[in-house]
Design a protein around this ligand. Sequence first.
Ligand SMILES: [Zn+2]
Length: 472
Amino acid sequence: MEYEIVIGLEVHTELATQSKIFCGCTTKFGGEPNTHTCEGCAGMPGTLPVLNKKVVEFAIRAGLATNCDITRDNRFDRKNYFYPDLPNAYQVTQFYHPVCKNGWVELKNKKVRIHQIHMEEDAGKLIHDPYDDVTLVDCNRGSMALLEIVSEPDMRSADEAVEYLENLRAILQYTGVSDCKMQEGSLRADINLSVRPMGQEKLGVRTEMKNMNSFKAIVRAIEYESRRHIEVIESGGGLVQETRRWDDNKGKSFAMRNKENAQDYRYFPDPNLPPVHISDEDIERVRAALPELPGAKKARYISEYGLPEYDTEIITRSISLTHLFEDANAVCNAPKDVANWIMTELLRLMSDSGTLPEDLAFDFASLGKVIALVNSGKINRGTGKKVFAQVFSENVDPEAYVRENNLALVTDTAAIRAELEAVVAANEKSVTEYKGGKEQAFQYLIGQGMRALRGKAPANVVTELLHEIIGA
Ligand SMILES: [Zn+2]
């Protein structure tokens, strides 16, 4: 029988605010454990939360950029549960009135609907120390601002899930809502997955895998879990609605807890936080300040620069690459060349060194300078690649680097002619042989000429001038 995989994603993204959601503590990644904390985010009795206005603005930005309706009267609710990394024993979230509803994200062949986006606080972190057999608590991450973005179950394959996540990440980065660094946990996804016989309307039993933080792991987890569902169905067994843990090293998922002992979180409105009203003016102000979004940028790159769609897809996937493209093109005014250098040389250097687009640290105009040097014939392409590798790793200035290392092609025809005349004078025998019909002798003279010029003259110019000097 043929089966259809049905996937919905819950994405948690840590906001790029300077301070946490209800106190003034820094949101910087890392730091000594429990140094980015205060009485408030450490859950001490007697403290009161004060909402960070920026969080609401970021939520509106994310909502508008994903075509959502914005809720005017917002409240915060308490989700009660005990866990050692949550000193209050409740998480402040939005259960009854999420800030954004009913949006969508555009993929190549479909729209993935957004069910809702809500604001909430993050929990701290538990650090298990197997050596001393203890578990320690670090509250640095506690009470950082999060948006949870919940999609409808509209995806049908691992590829679609990845495309949705890539597009959503681009939107969040473009709008400055989050840096979306998956390796630092600022973008994590829970996968809700079920399978059903092709053509059946009713959804199958759903399992959930939490806190996935790499695209590779997400693809493997979806492939494994959908296969497991199909095997259980085919063998006549029953699937259980449950949360499962994905172990990327073992390449398997394991049952964590099932619905029977699912917690009752006893949600209720947080009495310490007043309602937040979002006015039409607030929304229009945020809308007016929205930057060009990935879809619009892609369309503009095609119409304004004549780039192929394929190139624009690769470049607009990351805000950093669009900055690189635009800064470099402003210098050399050769859009297709810039796209080519990004897709070949840059991506190769990035993959060799494990560098992410957001971590590119060189002056973006330098790529334009390298391309201008190659296109104007000042250096050849091979030299250009070497210079760009130096730009990439050392942030050298291409023009200074070419000058200091004497890499420029000799373009002064008189200087080239002088060198070649000396070569001809020193190799009378070869000249005579060539005039007598021996073609190889001419190749020898070219070799001698290039050697005298240390390979830095254009080959066609050398050939042409040699013919002139010999007179044959
Ligand atoms: Zn704090």
